[in-house]
Design a protein around this ligand. Structure first.
Ligand code: PMT
Length: 396
């Protein structure tokens, strides 16, 4: 329930993507928000107000002259009561109106009269999005402080492919949640590793571990919410990349190291969350190893590079943050790793039920001592960790 108590005014304009706004209402309610829908006349040609009324449990406004509002000022009342005004889908025509301050219907008047933040999720044909007039209008909106969410790239209702798809409802909700988070990492670049590595024995087998990537992906999301530009170097996991994060996929520790070292210049922070295999087969077989019934083959292992220690030893390293997953003696082992890798902060991770859960128990260790965090979901812990990292960056 990450939008608990938030009042969202949702504007729906005319476009095929209006049908996705119905799902958006459902997801917003699921996160604890109350949703008040206002539609343009064009939007009502795609989805009826009844759909939104049934989903939101609130009357839907389509007309500036709605007799249900005593003072006849729906545009003032709706915006005064909202914590944010979200327009999804936002058509090219509607963006043009807002960019020029036009107010000729309820929704555009509501936008002009608002005293809350405005977020828009554009949806249009790719040529309309690329049209210089739309580019100018979007630039004006951004300069005016409007948050432009997307658009995404892909198949379009018109049969073409390109930029202009409305973001998926889940992505819009994630961006709205991000909107309400503090921004202590604004202007910073954060690089992180997540997930396991996979070290090949032969073309079909390898050594890996049970890291799911959940902790690292939560930190990537929390850092994006906090305003950072985030690059995530990820081992093989089954998670979608958090919206707004750049992901580089790797498989082995050597690939992870190369990808990290290529990204460290210009990074303010490096967070090593990945469970990197300490060893890899020294000479992976080129062909599948066959079982011949004789002595099982011995696999000779060789040491993998320590990515975190290498980054920390660079002449001008980013602020380096390590993780230490331990099943016992958390303080002792975590501090030992912090000193060995010469890093300012390590996150002690008490592993009670193996990797992969949605909740975690973390203790932060830095020069000021130990800072236990209350057991919580990985995203809550990630936000606390990001806030701690921001404080250390400020001190530096
Ligand atoms: O992905 P999940 O299922 O959510 O699980 C998350 C996690 C348990 C994997 C994660 O929270 C975690 O604790 N990761 C670190 C695991 C660990 O203890 O790694 P380590 O002791 O091998 O390494 C210590 C630190 O050095 C880590 O920051 C690691 O990323 C880094 N390291 C280690 C070896 C290596 N060759 N290169 C590294 O950069």
């Amino acid at each position: 329930m990450e939008l608990q108590g938030k009042r969202i005014a949702l504007g729906v304009t005319g476009g095929v993507a209006a049908y996705k706004a119905a799902e958006l209402v459902r997801l917003l309610l699921k996160q604890g928000a109350t949703v008040q829908v206002a539609m343009t006349d064009a939007a009502t040609h795609f989805v009826t107000p009844v759909t939104f009324q049934a989903l939101s449990g609130q009357p839907v406004f389509t007309d500036q002259w709605d007799a249900r509002i005593g003072n006849n000022m729906a545009h003032i009342d709706l915006s005064r009561e909202a914590d944010a005004l979200l327009v999804a889908p936002a058509s090219a025509d509607f963006l043009a109106k807002v960019a020029h301050g036009l107010a000729d219907d309820l929704l555009s008047t509501l936008v002009l009269a608002r005293d809350c933040p405005l977020l828009v999720a554009p949806a249009m044909n790719r040529q309309m999005w690329e049209n210089p007039a739309t580019r100018r209008n979007v630039a004006t909106l951004r300069a005016d402080g409007v948050a432009v969410l997307g658009p995404g790239c892909g198949d379009q209702a018109c049969g073409e492919t390109g930029l202009g798809r409305m973001l998926e409802p889940e992505e819009i909700v994630a961006e709205l949640i991000a909107h309400f988070q503090p921004k202590p990492l604004k202007g910073r670049r954060l690089l992180l590793t997540a997930g396991p590595t996979f070290e090949a024995i032969d073309p079909v087998r390898g050594i890996t571990n049970l890291s799911t990537g959940k902790m690292g992906y939560a930190i990537a999301r929390a850092a994006h919410e906090a305003g950072a530009e985030v690059t995530l170097v990820s081992g093989p996991v089954a998670l979608p990349c958090p919206y707004g994060v750049t992901r580089i996929d790797v498989t082995s520790a050597l690939q992870m190291r190369d990808a990290v070292l290529a990204q460290t210049a210009g990074s303010d922070v490096f967070v090593a969350v990945a469970a990197v295999a300490d060893y890899r087969p020294a000479a992976p077989a080129e062909q599948k190893i066959k079982k011949d019934g004789g002595t099982p083959p011995a696999i000779e292992l060789t040491l993998n590079p320590d990515i975190l220690a290498e980054v920390a030893a660079l002449p001008h390293p980013p602020l380096c943050v390590g993780f230490a997953a331990e099943s016992q003696k958390l303080d002792e082992y975590a501090e030992k790793k912090r000193r060995a890798k010469k890093i300012p902060l390590i996150v002690g991770n008490l592993i009670q039920n193996g990797f992969g859960g949605d909740d975690n128990t973390l203790v932060l260790f830095d020069d000021d001592g130990r800072h236990p965090l209350p057991p919580a979901s990985k995203i809550d812990l990630a936000r606390r960790l990001v806030a701690h990292i921001a404080t250390l960056l400020e001190k530096n």
